[in-house]
Each structure stands twice: as structure tokens, then as C-alpha cells.
Design a protein around this ligand. Structure first.
Ligand code: 1HN
Length: 374
């Protein structure tokens, strides 16, 4: 007759077995918690009023030549060892004083700017210069030479978005510095705006086969006018309000190969329903005040604040005053790879159950992740 197995002995044998597997740098799959891994990034909100004085302080004490880009990164406290807003995206604020130039370089990551305050600064991308006004959305597609300068009288601040963590994860984060501070200009200022700015009329004689939009600067005045015209006719999406994507006018696809960008108008009093989708999304409040419920918590925001919704996290928005939210995400990557999905919340009439209110997290004793990297 066979003896009953001794459970203690069985556990011991398995532990010994796992050790043996580890010694050949292997792991037993059934020991892992399953294939789906939750993002370590957490929903978070960065207040502009906290960052603004620090940016001005940086402008006072850090020469642009030393910093190259005078940038403060919004570091998600869920990831203490790195400097990123979401799993794939970086969100920063950059300050540039009158007369300064942030020298030319290029990288494999895509970048975008949304102007926050001040006028008179430009970005030059592959030889085309564009002056930027508050609310403008400016593309810097991957591997394009770009320098910034401030030729005006005011200090200028903008939001940068980059897909550095994505490109780093793929181990393709190439970077090059141009030998001169400025890349030579090769076209009239804002040529792309004049050629493609209408959105629906395509110059037939120009071949542009790149994966990114040929348009460098999407002027806020034009975007806002379009949003208001649409809002006169419809409430838009129940989840995103009157939300438009900044597209490549030649293809209708995303503005850049790896980053999709959106502007959403939420009329005063609008309350959207909750949904969630694959792909972390960074939101920046171009104008307005309101609140979003993200992962069951209330996040109160005002003009110029930035917040992040991690991948597959329910979110809904409510505008106290008419608001325009800019947002960007890695959805083009997910869509091309067949990884994109979304889901609406069916319970509680489509609104999340409130489980708390966002409070800034205390900084850990031994400093935040940003310090660990230096
Ligand atoms: C970068 O190149 C810029 O060109 C801004 O303005 C922020 C953050 C990380 C890496 C490169 C820019 C950046 C960056």
C-alpha cells in the first residue's frame, strides 16, 4: 500500500527544486503570480504652483550651458528609481530666459511641447523655426535636430512630453549632439504651418513619407476655435467630452509615430463617465478648473497642472469652469502591435465609487528617485 505524501516533505522538495532551477538562471513559471503585471506607476498630480517657483529658481542659479535643457521632471512616486510620469512617458517643465539658447541635439525618442507661459520662444526642428504661444502644441519627431531659443522679453515655460522610457525599454535610445548650438535654418519660419495648417488641404507636389506629421506647430487659437465650433453641436464622447486628436494631416494618423496627442473641451459643468484603456496617459490643463476621478480617487486640478492616468485605470472628468485638457499617450504603439483595448465602467451608472481624495505623497526619508540617479 502506498503511503500518503507528507506535505512538509513535499514543500521542502519543491523549495530545493526551485533553488536548483535558480542556479542555472532559470525560474519555474508556475511560481510567478501570472502573466499580467500591474503598472508600478500610480495616478498622480503635479501642481504648477509647486513647480513654478522651482523653475524660476533653476533659471536663477543654473546656467543654460550647464543644464543644456533647464528641465524639471515630474517623477511618478510609484517608481522611485526612475524619472517618468507613466510606464512609457516622461513629462517635464522647461524654463528658458530671454536671450538663451538650448543647443541643438537629436534623439530616438519623440518629443512634444505644450506652451505654458510667456511668449517669444521658438523651437527649430530640422531647419524650420516656429515661435510658440501659450497653448500651442509643437512636435519634435524622433531623430530630428532641435534647438530652442527665447528671442522675446519674457521668461518662457513649457511642458515637454517624451517617450524616453519606452525607447529605453526597447534599448534604442540613441542620442547625438549637434556641433553648433543651432542647427542651420533651411526654410522660412513656420513654413509647415503655411503648407499644412488648414488640416484638410494637402499640397500635392510635396512627398512626405515619414511616420510623423509634417506640421510642426498646432496653434492653440485654431484648436480652441475648432473645439468651440464642435461643442455648439454636440457634447462629444461620454468619456472624454469634445475631444479631438492632433493628427498628421496627410494620413489622419497620430501626430508622431509613438505618441498620440489630444485636446478635450469640457464645457462648464460637464461630467464624463468612467472608462479605462491600455496605455498610460498624461494630462495637462491648458485652461479651466475641475476634478477627475482616477482609480477611485478625486484629483482636483486647475490651470497648468499636470496629472497622469496609468494604463488600465478607470478615469472620469468633471469641469467646474470651461476647461481644455491636453493629453498624450503611447496608444499608437499599442494599436500597431494589437495591444490596445478599452472598457467602459458599467456599474454605479458609469461613475466610479469614490474611495478617497488625492494627497501628495510624502517624500521618502532618503530622498526621491531623482537623487538616486545622479
Ligand atoms: C530633451 O531633449 C528635451 O529637447 C527636453 O527640449 C526634455 C528630457 C529627457 C531627455 C531629453 C528638449 C528632455 C530631453
Amino acid at each position: 500500500m502506498k503511503a500518503e505524501p507528507d506535505p512538509d516533505k513535499q514543500i521542502q522538495a519543491m523549495d530545493l527544486f526551485y533553488e536548483q532551477v535558480k542556479r542555472v538562471h532559470g525560474r519555474a513559471l508556475w511560481q510567478t503570480q501570472g502573466a499580467s503585471k500591474k503598472s508600478p506607476t500610480i495616478p498622480y498630480l503635479w501642481k504648477y504652483k509647486d513647480f513654478r517657483p522651482l523653475l524660476f529658481k533653476a533659471a536663477e542659479i543654473v546656467p543654460i550651458e550647464l543644464a543644456e535643457r533647464r528641465v524639471l521632471v515630474m517623477a511618478n512616486p510609484g517608481i522611485l528609481t526612475d524619472w517618468q510620469a507613466s510606464n512609457t512617458l516622461l513629462a517635464n517643465l522647461q524654463i528658458i530666459k530671454p536671450g538663451e539658447v538650448a543647443r541643438s541635439h537629436r534623439h530616438a525618442a519623440c518629443a512634444l511641447r505644450v506652451m505654458v507661459e510667456g511668449r517669444g520662444a521658438y523651437t527649430a526642428v530640422d531647419g524650420e523655426k516656429s515661435y510658440m504661444d501659450p497653448g500651442d502644441f509643437v512636435t519634435t519627431p524622433n531623430w530630428t535636430w532641435h534647438d530652442h531659443g527665447n528671442e522675446g522679453e519674457e521668461t518662457v515655460i513649457w511642458l515637454d512630453g517624451l517617450d524616453i522610457p519606452l525607447v529605453q525599454g526597447l534599448e534604442t535610445n540613441f542620442f547625438e549632439i549637434y556641433p553648433d548650438a543651432k542647427y542651420p535654418l533651411s526654410s522660412p519660419d513656420d513654413l509647415s504651418q503655411r503648407l499644412y495648417g488648414s488640416g484638410s488641404l494637402r499640397p500635392t507636389w510635396i512627398k512626405h513619407n515619414a511616420l510623423h506629421s509634417p506640421l510642426l506647430n498646432y496653434k492653440f487659437a485654431q484648436t480652441y476655435a475648432a473645439l468651440k465650433t464642435i461643442a455648439e453641436q454636440t457634447d462629444g464622447s461620454p468619456y472624454d467630452g469634445v475631444c479631438v486628436e492632433y493628427t498628421n494631416p496627410l494620413t489622419g494618423g497620430p501626430a508622431m509615430a509613438t505618441i498620440a496627442c489630444f485636446a478635450s473641451l469640457l464645457c462648464s459643468g460637464t461630467r464624463t463617465k468612467a472608462h479605462r484603456h491600455a496605455g498610460g496617459t498624461v494630462y495637462h490643463v491648458i485652461q479651466g478648473t475641475g476634478r477627475s476621478v482616477i482609480g477611485g480617487k478625486i484629483f482636483e486640478w486647475e490651470e497648468k497642472d499636470t496629472f497622469v492616468v496609468p494604463s488600465w485605470t478607470y478615469h472620469e472628468h468633471q469641469a467646474q469652469a470651461e476647461s481644455v485638457l491636453f493629453s498624450f499617450s503611447d496608444s499608437p504603439v499599442l494599436q500597431r502591435l494589437g495591444l490596445y483595448r478599452e472598457e467602459v465602467l458599467e456599474e454605479h451608472g458609469g461613475y466610479q465609487k469614490i474611495e478617497g481624495t488625492f494627497k501628495p505623497l510624502p517624500v521618502p526619508e532618503r530622498g526621491v528617485g531623482v537623487q538616486q540617479k545622479t
